[in-house]
Design a protein around this ligand. Sequence first.
Ligand code: ZN
Length: 217
Amino acid sequence: MSCPVCGEEVETVEHVFICCPITIQAWANSAWPLNMVVFKDMSIDQWINIIINQSELLKIQGKEAKEFTLFAAILCDQIWKNKNQTVWGNQPAKSIKLPVRINKVFTQHKQAWQSILEEKENSPSWKPPPLRWIKCNFDTAVKPDKVVLTVVCRDSNGSIVATQSQEKCLGKSLWVDSKVALLVVSSAHKEGFAKAVLEGDAQSVIKAIMNPFTTPH
Ligand SMILES: [Zn+2]
């Protein structure tokens, strides 16, 4: 079966994502104008390996490497969508328009990622607990008619080992903080964690737990 987009060669994944003229043109018109002819004899596995390990093979590093991988994923997705649109009888994108659309989608995704990355930079980063310890992070989200209490427990590798969430009616902040503290302690107990670190921003409850004169009920 010949390629539905160019009608020239046999439609293999390598043709669609590496050799099809529309793919070559999309890359040539991108922020990373690769000459795809160089990669024409590669298997799709080899090509994906280059996209993922761009630092060694294409000398793209740091922040740019992440952007490149995002761009490559979007380009492949748009090439695939364009091919399907052609197969199902809709008009394929003109080869001039496809690079424009790819760059537009890439810019949108990049902006979305940037705001997430900035948020992460501004908030203190999470650190894993020591070996054989479990860290239970707890938080509350106040909604107009309820509060949602959440506990996420991770091990020293940062892997999530347990999660718990509960919805409660609205109450005073100290009551909410106490409820989430109860949830985190009961979760740790239920999961049988021998050594657990609790981390959250409910200061009043943390202080109460730390105070040796407070009798827990
Ligand atoms: Zn083709």
